[in-house]
Ligand binder design. Structure first.
Ligand code: PLP
Length: 297
């Protein structure tokens, strides 16, 4: 049970980088799979292997109505022959993400926000009679997910001075830091929380690390909070896509890449720096936000 990892590293050219002698690259984890995208496959890989080893054939997981993790789990379940249930926060809605979940055979259960807080309780209530049911936490967060994300580091074609990734739960960042430690690399990690008051992310990340690490959290790049946008962010995404041919979305990768560009504008990096940003996928989220864009005809 595996996906072949196709995640090439592409240069990101920009006049600001050229002017400062920066070499910036993007690792295309978004190309791993159209729906089991980027970090979501890395996070699920060992979780699914564990489920299979435990002879559980029914994946039960959690997310909001636009959750990339729900969609990735639905697609991975279909791909590898599991049944899947998604427990969705909030009243019943339909959107592109949930449509694709259902298309892959995922069964959806909508629960109110209060009940949603206690996920183990929901799992037990709904599936106490189902011996095949296997609990996967919201966002796929778990120590097995750390292991999966750490493997990204072994794929890197060179050593970078700086490595950037977007953070929701911090699992991906913690996994990459773990990988950098395992390979004794000097690369400095930059994690960009996409939610407001992202300082808490440091505890989340540190809780996963077996050895303390020195990394930077950029907590001012949330653009007002989770899934919030500004005209500047949307304009950046439009220009980025039109000038690179790479799709990004405003929830995760758009904010992280914008943060990187802004730091370069502030001359944060030394000339000659080699910088890598992880494209963690999630581009279906772009369609859910298409009405926010005002594009020229
Ligand atoms: C889920 C997701 C993230 C956040 O990953 P965490 O491990 O929760 O920090 C980042 N980028 C994209 C595109 C995602 O879908």
């Amino acid at each position: 049970m595996d996906l072949e990892i196709f995640s090439p590293v592409h240069p990101w050219q920009h006049p600001v980088f050229a002017a400062q002698g920066l070499n910036v690259f993007i690792k295309r984890d978004d190309l791993i799979h159209p729906l089991i995208s980027g970090n979501k496959w890395r996070k699920l890989k060992y979780v699914l292997q564990h489920a299979r080893a435990q002879r559980k054939n029914h994946l039960v997981t959690f997310g909001g109505a636009y959750s990339n993790h729900l969609l990735a789990t639905a697609a991975a379940a279909a791909r590898f022959g599991f049944k899947a249930t998604g427990i969705v926060r909030g009243e019943a809605v339909s959107n592109d993400t949930l449509f694709l979940c259902r298309l892959h055979g995922m069964n959806l259960i909508f629960v109110d926000r209060d009940s949603y807080r206690n996920k183990l309780k929901l799992f037990q209530e709904h599936f106490w009679h189902d011996e095949q049911a296997y609990f996967i936490d919201e966002g796929g967060a778990s120590p097995l997910a750390i292991q999966g994300c750490s493997e990204l580091v072994a794929e890197l074609p060179q050593t970078y001075h700086h490595l950037f990734c977007a953070c929701g739960t911090g699992t991906t960042a913690a996994g990459i830091i773990t990988g950098l430690q395992q390979h004794h690399l000097p690369t400095h990690m930059h994690a960009v929380p996409v939610l407001k008051n992202g300082d808490f992310m440091r505890q989340e990340i540190n809780a996963y690390l077996t050895t303390p690490a020195d990394y930077t959290l950029h907590t001012d790049s949330h653009f007002g909070g989770y899934a919030k946008t500004t005209p500047e962010l949307l304009q950046f995404i439009q220009q980025f896509t039109a000038s690179t041919g790479i799709l990004i979305e405003p929830i995760y990768t758009g904010k992280m890449l914008y943060a990187l560009l802004q730091l370069a504008q502030q001359q944060y990096f030394a000339a000659g720096s080699q910088i890598l940003a992880i494209h963690s996928g999630g581009i279906w989220g772009l369609l859910g936000m298409k009405d926010k864009f005002t594009l020229n005809s």
